[in-house]
Design a protein around this ligand. Structure first.
Ligand code: SF4
Length: 344
C-alpha cells in the first residue's frame, strides 16, 4: 500500500478554510493509503512565537483533527518535535541543497520581504519539509497548488542524495554510469481537489491572520453572528435585484456544505431574486450545522478526556519514531556514520 505524509502547522483550532481545503481530503485518503499526518511544530518556530501558546495550539490542532475525522485506528497522527530524527535528516539534506535553490522558493521570497531580519530557518524550511516526507519514505504527498514547488524540491533532494549515497546496484544507468539504488522514493504529488475558501469579507483567502475565518468548533450562534453580515454579490443591493451566485462566497460555501439539490435551489433563487440573502444564509447555516455539530460533539468529548489525546499522540509518535529510526540507521550506514547508540 502506498504511504502518504502530510503536515499541518499547530495554529490552534482548525477553521473551515483549512478543514475544507486539506483536512477533509485527508479523512478520505486515510481509507485509501497508509497515512501519516503530522503537526509540524518545528515549522512553526521560524517566526516569533510564545512557547505557552505553541503548547496550547498544538493540542487544539490535535483535537480539531481527531474531531474532524482523522481516525487513529486508520491513520497515524503525531507531533513532529517528538521524533528528533526530523532535524537530524534536515541537517544532512542541508549539506546537499544549494543555497540558490532555496532562495528561488516563492514562499521564501514572499515571507522574507515582510521581515526586517530573516532567520536561516525560514530559508531552510523546505529542507525540513523534505526531511519530514523522506524520513518515512512516503510515495505520495497530498498538496495544494501552492505547495508543488516545495514538493519538487523534495524530489530533487531525494534524487541528489540517492545519486551520492545510494548503494551501487551493479547495473548500468541510462547515461552509462553505475546505477545506484533509489533509497528515497521521489514522492508524487496527490493534488488536493482544493476549494479556495474565501474569508467572510469575500476579499481574501480565509486565514486567521486576516481575521475572516469561521472556526471549525465555533458554536452555532457564533457562526450565525458571522454569516449574517458576510459579504455577498455586491450587485444584489435590494431583495428584488437578481444575483449572480458564482461571484458570491455564500454560494461557494453552499457548494462545500449543502447537498446538490440545495445548491441548485440556491442558484435558481438567487438568479430570479426568489429570496433574499438572509434566507440563503439561513439555509447555509442549517447545512453547516448538520456537518459541524457532530464534530463539535467529538471535540468536547476529547477536551473532557485529555488523557485520551495524550494516548493517541504518544502512540503516533512511538510508531513514527520506529519508522524514523529504521530510515536513519540506513542513512547513517550509507553516509559513513556510526550507528546511533542513544536508547529508545
Ligand atoms: S442569494 Fe445567496 S448566493 Fe445569491 S447573492 Fe445572496 S447570499 Fe449570495
Amino acid at each position: 500500500m502506498s504511504r502518504i505524509f502530510s503536515g499541518i502547522q499547530p495554529s490552534g483550532e482548525l477553521h473551515i478554510g483549512n478543514y475544507l481545503g486539506a483536512v477533509k481530503n485527508w479523512i478520505k485518503l486515510q481509507h485509501e493509503f497508509e497515512s501519516i499526518f503530522c503537526i509540524v511544530d518545528y515549522h512553526a518556530i521560524t517566526v516569533q512565537y510564545d512557547p505557552a501558546h505553541l503548547r496550547a495550539r498544538r493540542r487544539e490542532m490535535a483535537i480539531s483533527l481527531l474531531a474532524a475525522g482523522i481516525d487513529p485506528a486508520r491513520a497515524t497522527l503525531f507531533v513532529q518535535s517528538q521524533v528528533p530524527e526530523h532535524t537530524e535528516l534536515t541537517w544532512i539534506f542541508n549539506t546537499i541543497t544549494p543555497l540558490g535553490e532555496l532562495e528561488r522558493q516563492t514562499q521564501f521570497k514572499e515571507k522574507s520581504q515582510r521581515q526586517e531580519s530573516v532567520a536561516a530557518g525560514l530559508l531552510t524550511y523546505p529542507v525540513l519539509q523534505a526531511a519530514d516526507i523522506l524520513l518515512y519514505r512516503a510515495d505520495k504527498v497530498p498538496v495544494g497548488e501552492d505547495q508543488i514547488q516545495h514538493l519538487e524540491l523534495t524530489r530533487v533532494v531525494a534524487r541528489r542524495w540517492n545519486s551520492q549515497f545510494g548503494r551501487l546496484t551493479g547495473r548500468k544507468a541510462e547515461d552509462g554510469s553505475e546505477a545506484r539504488e533509489e533509497f528515497f522514493p521521489e514522492p508524487q504529488p496527490l493534488l488536493t481537489p482544493t476549494r479556495r475558501i474565501m474569508g467572510l469579507d469575500g476579499q481574501a483567502k480565509m486565514s486567521k491572520s486576516m481575521g475572516n475565518t469561521i472556526g471549525l468548533l465555533e458554536s452555532s450562534e457564533s457562526i450565525w453572528t458571522k454569516l449574517r453580515p458576510a459579504v455577498t454579490d455586491p450587485k444584489r443591493i435590494r431583495k428584488t435585484d437578481p444575483g449572480t451566485p458564482e461571484v458570491c462566497n455564500i454560494y461557494h460555501l453552499h457548494k462545500a456544505f449543502s447537498p446538490p439539490e440545495t445548491v441548485e435551489h440556491v442558484a435558481v433563487q438567487c438568479r430570479t431574486a426568489g429570496w433574499g440573502c438572509i434566507d440563503c444564509k439561513k439555509s447555509l447555516h442549517e447545512s453547516m450545522e448538520r456537518e459541524l455539530a457532530p464534530i463539535r460533539g467529538r471535540a468536547e468529548a476529547l477536551q473532557a478526556a485529555p488523557e485520551r489525546l495524550d494516548e493517541v499522540l504518544a502512540a503516533g509518535a512511538a510508531h513514527c519514531r520506529k519508522l524514523a529510526k529504521e530510515t536513519m540507521r540506513e542513512v547513517r550506514d550509507r553516509m559513513g556514520f556510526e550507528p546511533n547508540v542513544s536508547p529508545g
